[in-house]
Design a protein around this ligand. Structure first.
Ligand code: IDP
Ligand code: MG
Length: 139
C-alpha cells in the first residue's frame, strides 16, 4: 500500500549544530507537508528497536550511542512519492557521495553522523512513524 508518507529524523549531530531550521526549510521547500513533528531524545531501547535491522552490523553499537547522544527531531512527512523523493532530497548515506545540494551534502560530515534519516520503503515509513507517533498526533 502506498501511503504517500515517509518518516524522518534530524539526527543529533545536525540538531546540535543548529541546522534544524535550515533542514526543515529544505524539506518544506521541496514540497513535503509536516503531518506530525516532535523534538525529543531517543532512549537506548528506542534506538535499538529503530535500528534492529542493523544489529549484526559492526557499527551497530556506535550507531545506537550516536543516536542517543543528543536531541533529535522526528517527523512524519507527506507528499506524492514521499519515500523515494525524500531519499533523493537527503542524498547518499555517505555524505562524501551525496549529490550537491542534498541535505547530507550540505549538513553532514561523516557516514555515521549524517544529519538525517529517511525511511527506505512505505512499509518501514509506517513502522518507524508508529514508534514515535500515535494516530492522535498526526494532522
Ligand atoms: P540510510 O540512513 O542511508 O538508510 P543505512 O544503511 O540504513 O543508511 O544505515 C543506517 C545508519 O547507520 C546510517 O544513516 C548511518 O548513520 C549509519 N551507518 C551506515 N553505514 C555505516 C558505516 O559503514 N559506518 C558507520 N555508520 C554507518
Ligand atoms: Mg536505512
Amino acid at each position: 500500500m502506498t501511503t504517500n508518507q515517509t518518516f524522518t529524523m534530524i539526527k543529533p549531530d545536525a540538531v546540535a549544530k543548529g541546522y534544524t531550521g535550515k533542514i526543515l526549510d529544505q524539506i518544506i521547500s521541496a514540497g513535503f507537508r509536516i503531518k506530525a513533528m516532535k523534538y525529543t531524545r531517543l532512549s537506548k531501547e528506542q534506538a535499538e528497536m529503530f535500528y534492529a535491522i542493523h544489529k549484526e552490523r559492526p557499527f551497530f553499537n556506535d550507531l545506537v550511542a550516536f543516536m542517543t547522544s543528543g536531541s533529535i527531531v522526528a517527523a512524519i512527512l507527506e507528499k506524492e512519492n514521499a519515500v523515494a523523493d525524500f531519499r533523493k532530497l537527503i542524498g547518499s548515506t555517505n555524505p562524501k557521495e551525496a549529490a550537491p545540494g542534498t541535505i547530507r551534502n550540505l549538513f553532514a560530515e561523516s557516514i555515521d553522523a549524517n544529519a538525517i534519516h529517511g525511511s527506505d520503503s512505505d512499509e518501514n515509513a509506517e513502522i518507524e512513524g508508529n514508534i514515535f507517533f500515535s494516530k492522535f498526533e498526526r494532522f
